[in-house]
Structures are given as C-alpha cells and as structure tokens.
Design a protein around this ligand. Structure first.
Ligand SMILES: Cc1ncc(COP(=O)(O)O)c(C=O)c1O
Length: 349
C-alpha cells in the first residue's frame, strides 16, 4: 500500500488517509497530557473526581438531571433500553438503527425486550403513522409498548427538529418513553446551529459518544432523570461496566468537550470537499453530506474495485456497492485531495 505525505493536520502522523470511521482517531498530544494529569479514584465507590465532574458537566450540557459514564455507545444504549424496559416490554426502533441492527440484539438477549423495528425513511425518520400503528393496545396478547428509540445523526443526517418533537410528543401521549442514540449528537448540533440541549430536550434519555467525532479514545455517556440513571447504574454493573480509575478516560472526554466540538465544522467542510470532488467523476453518484459521512454509489458494480484501488493508494473506506467515507480529526484537506486524486486515477485506468 503506497501512502501519501501527510499535511500539517491530524495527530496520528499516519501516512494512511483512514476514512473508514471517525472512531479511528488517536488522542492528540494535548489530550494525552490531560489523561496524564487526571485526578482519579475508584469510580465503583463513586470516588473518581474527574468522572464525577464530567457526569455533572454533561448532564448540565444536555439539560438533564444526571449522567453516567459508559465504556461504549453499545453499552450506553443497552443500559438505556434496560433502564426503561422490563422483561416482556417492547421498544419501537428503526430497522436500520444502530441500536437494533449493530448491537448484538442486546436488548433481547440480556433484557428480554422485544424490538419492534419499523422502516427508516431515507432521511432516518420513522413515519409517525407507522409509529402510531405499531404501538400495541394494553391487552394480554401483546408485548407492552414501552419505548421509542431514535438516532441523531442518522447515517450522517440530522433529524429535523420538528420531527423529533412530534415523534416524542406522539410517544409520550401514548404512554411510551423516548431514547435517543446521539452517538454523533454534537455533529448534529454543529450542523444545525442548535445546542445539544435543544436536540435532547424531548427525550427521556440520550446516549452520546466521546470516541467518535469528538476524538477521545474510549467512552460514552447516558443522560436522563436521576431515577433513570439510578436504574442504568445497576444495569451497567451487571454488564461488567463498573470501572475503577476511569477518570483517565473522563479526562480525555472532558478535553474533547472543551476543544473538539466547534471544530466538527471542519470535518463537515472536508466531507463536502470530498463529496464535490468525487461527484465530478464519471459513474459516481454522491449523496450531499449534512455532516461528516459521505455515501457514494459507483456504477457497474465497480465499488469493491474502487475500494481496493484506494487502499493501494493509502486511502481506506468501507462498503460494497455503496461506499462510505467518514471525515474526522485525523484527516486534513491534503488527505482529502489525495483521496479524490486517487479515485480520479481509478476512473482514468
Ligand atoms: C449511531 C451509533 N450508535 C451507537 C454506536 C455504538 O458505539 P460503540 O462502537 O462505542 O459501541 C455507534 C458506533 O459506531 C454508532 O454509529
């Protein structure tokens, strides 16, 4: 694999333009410094001052009562599901949602919670009519409809605020709780010009990730009412998520919140730059990105061959027929231009 000479951006010093995901970032020197200097204690005893401060900071930021540090987004969503729903309950979720599709069916496996998946529209919404029709009557034949779970951003799309408000109002009016998988909620906030508190407002619980666009190595957080977080705390312990001197990770997340939020706009600009460059190539159709994820269709089933060619030129992406490129803290404009040039060469050959 021949790489490229990296520009001044990024912290990895890596000659590969890795656009597989925004989870591939490495901690910056300043973040490593914050980790090294963190005050720590045993968080299972509630003694870690850095994690306690971060939980308070994030709860306030999202306008909720309480927050709980989690090892991963999957753990955070799982603890949210199990805190809202009991055995025999049901949650309504998009059939392409991460929570339903890519988290090992944890709600069903560990909580005996039945998912009711519904079609996601191309913008990530679930039609309100579909939600209303899927809510089961209180009848012994049915699982108890208990929760509506949405995702924002969804495949890089920002859900319209009017939609999330209406969906949550519908769910609440029928006695359901609402959970938001906000793994990339800060991308949604920066792209829409709204605060994360506004985007979180109608949800009873929200999961956010520090280890995606925010650039921390590990960590997520579940946010909600004090009572919900108390229940989630018990579930986190059950799934082995009680960590000890986790302030080391909380320090990285805290640093990310202070230094890596506004700069998400740079990732979004790089995604647009990549989208425009690729869209100019023959046989390539690009969905204009709203945030940091670019979806590309390549005609004549040439997607896998393009991926292989890009890899040989030091550019990594994912997909098969449709390809996915994700921008993040460790790519810069030179890397994006290298990716566009490498793709252009493929179509010349
Ligand atoms: C939308 C969404 N939710 C949840 C997760 C799960 O996060 P983790 O990989 O930290 O478990 C991901 C991971 O990429 C994601 O994209």
């Amino acid at each position: 694999m021949s790489g490229y000479a990296p520009g001044s951006g990024g912290s990895g010093g890596n000659a590969v333009v890795d656009l597989r995901s925004d989870t591939v970032t490495k901690p910056t020197p300043a973040m490593r410094e914050a980790i090294a200097c963190a005050q720590v204690g045993d968080d299972v005893f509630g003694d870690d001052p850095t994690v306690n401060a971060l939980q308070e900071r994030v709860a306030a930021l999202l306008g909720k009562e309480a927050a709980l540090f989690m090892s991963s987004g999957t753990q955070s969503n799982l603890c949210g599901l199990l805190a809202h729903c009991g055995r025999g309950d049901e949650y309504i979720v998009g059939q392409l949602a991460h929570t339903y599709r890519y988290e090992g069916g944890g709600g069903a496996v560990l909580g005996s919670i039945q998912p009711q998946p519904l079609p996601n529209q191309p913008d990530g919404t679930i039609r309100l009519e579909d939600i209303a029709a899927a809510i089961k009557p209180d009848d012994p034949h049915f699982a108890r409809s208990r929760l509506l779970a949405l995702e924002n951003t969804w495949s890089g799309n920002v859900l319209p605020a009017s939609y999330t408000t209406a969906a949550c109002e519908l769910a609440h009016s029928r006695g359901l709780f609402t959970h938001l998988d906000g793994a990339r909620l800060f991308n949604a906030a920066v792209a829409s010009g709204r605060t994360v508190a506004e985007l979180a407002r109608h949800f009873d619980s929200v999961s956010i990730c520090f280890s995606k666009g925010l650039g921390a190595p590990i960590g997520s957080m579940l946010v909600g009412s004090r009572e919900l977080i108390r229940r989630a705390h018990r579930v986190r312990k059950m799934v082995g998520g009680g960590l000890r001197q986790v302030g080391l990770l909380a320090a990285a997340a805290d640093h990310a919140l202070s230094h890596h939020v506004e700069r998400l706009a740079d990732d979004h600009a790089l995604a647009r730059r990549l989208a425009e460059g690729l869209a100019a190539l023959p046989g390539v159709t690009v969905t204009p990105p709203q945030t940091n994820i670019v979806f590309v269709q390549v005609s004549d089933d040439r997607g896998p061959a393009l991926l292989e060619h890009l890899k040989s030129r030091g550019v990594l992406a994912t997909g098969m027929i449709g390809l996915r490129f994700v921008t993040h803290l460790d790519v810069d404009a030179a890397g994006i231009d290298h990716a566009i040039a490498a793709a252009a060469d493929f179509f010349k050959s």
